[in-house]
Design a protein around this ligand. Structure first.
Ligand code: AMP
Length: 525
């Protein structure tokens, strides 16, 4: 294997020259075609607001002309801030039509973290669909939801081939998020395959796709672009609806959803309601899961409640464009194999299991999961050193590869996932690095040491405990915990803030001088 090769001015890139990799799917062309042939069909529906394919195409063109005018020579990626608003799709498409990548930022991200992302991006504009309380410096703030500024029609040079289409920021162990760059080619390769997942039961277009994940998580790419590539309607569930089962139930029933895309955790929440079944959601054809372990128990309960629906388990990190493997979880598989496999590689992708020395493992032997294929990211935006540690080009054919840090093994081409090699976790479907949380707790002046442990049940992380050594002892630990959580909320999204805080005099150490996480884990349960 050879390491990464080229460093472009605009960020970190690895791989082939532009247009070298050919795919069938061009998402911008698909949308244009649907806008021409069925302009009045709803492309997206969110909180009662809708946009048709015709509006999406027209508004994104107009915004792209404007962006081209105000950005001029500046081709840097553009941040798009908001939560589930249909106009966010207009903003995404306008950026890529104008030849610039976009970077979605959800409202769950605290202002200080948004500030550090905006500082990294050198674009002179920010697109927002909600009030943004952060200092955007010289950047021009545009609210396409209120009004799309007028600009003359012009020739545009959209993102294509090996240009970056989007950048999604994920938790980074240093306490700063890292931006995964996905190319237009990478997305097209993914869509070539993902459209077929949505057609597992019936091959037709015009289906309703459920959007659960905010657009700043790559799981949303699975529903958003698979939907738009197949002429469907994206039905978004916002944060408020998801937190209230009464509202969620009525939204789900109203949606007429055909293709369910979510983390298994979200389906588990829905399963706790007896009315969540194939009678109430009679159009539901396919469950598409990704992002965390799908347990046999959850799959079994779903197939009992939805006997006509197909359940698909897929696996992959943001760094390889959402997902790279698939398996249909039939009743037989569910009864005979536990834990469930995560699937076989999608076309154009190779999965390898490598041992510590980098040698290929035999079938059944555990090692690191390595993903090789054109949907692998160019690397982390402006993080050359970090990228070089995990991304590479293959010697034989110069294809991009990524060391996932996931443990697993293969059996006859079927991949089994066995957890992480590091301290990255999934909590309620959210990816996070434990060190990211610890480093942010240490930003609080009154904390000397912090170690965070994950509390697991049935192989899944259920909550986090922070073990902290404070500079001064406190009488009222409850009030102090509340205060710490509040202050931490300035640096971390709510879902990353540990539920429990334990106050210690010192952190126990292992013989080689590291924090003894195992001992702490036992005390934190
Ligand atoms: P994200 O980048 O948020 O998609 O998270 C990627 C990580 O989620 C992977 O590296 C795995 O650790 C985990 N993951 C993704 N899909 C699955 C799956 N089907 N089963 C278990 N873990 C998964």
């Amino acid at each position: 294997m050879k390491m990464l090769v080229c460093q472009e001015e605009s960020g970190y890139t690895v791989g082939k020259s532009k247009d070298e990799v050919k795919t069938n799917m061009n998402i911008l062309e698909c949308i244009k075609e649907y806008a021409r042939t069925r302009p009045d069909m709803t492309a997206v529906s969110s909180g009662g607001h809708t946009l048709t394919y015709g509006q999406l195409e027209r508004d994104s063109d107009r915004l792209a002309w404007y962006l081209d005018e105000v950005c001029g020579e500046n081709k840097e990626p553009i941040a798009v801030y908001g939560h589930k608003k249909p106009e966010m799709l207009v903003a995404f498409l306008a950026c890529v039509k104008s030849g610039r990548a976009y970077c979605p930022i959800d409202i769950s991200v605290p202002q200080s973290r948004i500030g550090s992302i905006l500082n990294m991006l050198d674009s002179n504009v920010v697109l927002a669909s909600e009030e943004l309380q952060v200092d955007v410096g010289d950047k021009k703030l545009i609210f396409p939801e209120k009004e799309i500024p007028k600009a003359d029609k012009r020739e545009l040079n959209p993102v294509s081939g090996e240009d970056v289409f989007y950048i999604i920021f994920t938790s980074g162990s240093t306490g700063e998020p890292k931006g995964v760059q996905i190319t237009e080619n990478g997305l097209s390769h993914f869509l070539d395959w993902s459209v077929s997942l949505g057609n597992k039961r019936e091959d037709k277009d015009g289906k309703v796709f459920l959007n659960q994940a905010p657009f700043s998580f790559d799981l949303s790419v699975m529903d958003l672009y698979t939907c738009l590539a197949s002429g469907g309607t994206l039905y978004c569930l916002d944060k408020r609806t998801q937190a209230d089962y009464g509202a969620l139930k009525s939204e789900l029933e109203k949606s007429g959803v055909h293709i369910w895309v979510s983390t298994p955790s979200f389906a588990e929440v829905c399963l706790s309601e007896p009315s969540f079944d194939g009678q109430n959601l009679s159009d539901l054809e396919v469950f598409l899961f990704c992002g965390e372990t799908l347990t046999n128990r959850t799959a079994k309960r779903l197939s009992e409640r939805f006997p006509k629906a197909v359940i698909m388990n897929t696996y992959g990190p943001t760094e390889s464009t959402v997902a790279v493997t698939e398996v249909e979880v039939t009743e037989e598989l569910c009864q005979t194999v536990s834990p469930l496999p995560v699937g076989k590689a999608k076309p154009g992708t190779r999965i390898e299991i490598r041992d510590k020395e980098g040698n290929l493992c035999k079938d059944g032997e555990r090692g690191e999961i390595v993903i090789i294929g054109d949907s692998v990211s160019l690397g982390y935006y402006r993080r050359k050193e970090l990228s070089e540690k995990v991304f590479f080009l293959t010697n034989q054919d110069g294809i991009r590869g990524y060391h996932t840090g996931d443990k697993g093994y293969m059996e006859d081409g079927m991949l089994f996932y066995c957890g992480r090699m590091d301290l990255q976790i999934k909590l309620h479907g959210y990816r996070m690095e434990i060190e990211d949380i610890e480093n942010n707790i240490l930003k609080l002046d009154d904390i000397k040491h912090a170690v965070v442990t994950a509390n697991e049940r049935e192989g899944k992380v259920k909550s986090l405990t922070a073990h902290v050594v404070a500079k001064k002892r406190t009488e009222d630990e409850r009030a102090y915990t509340k205060d710490l959580k509040e202050r931490l909320g300035k640096f971390l999204p709510e879902y990353m803030i540990p539920k429990k805080f334990l106050f210690l005099d010192s952190i126990p150490m292992t013989a080689n001088g590291k924090a003894d996480r195992k001992a702490l884990g036992r005390s934190g349960r």
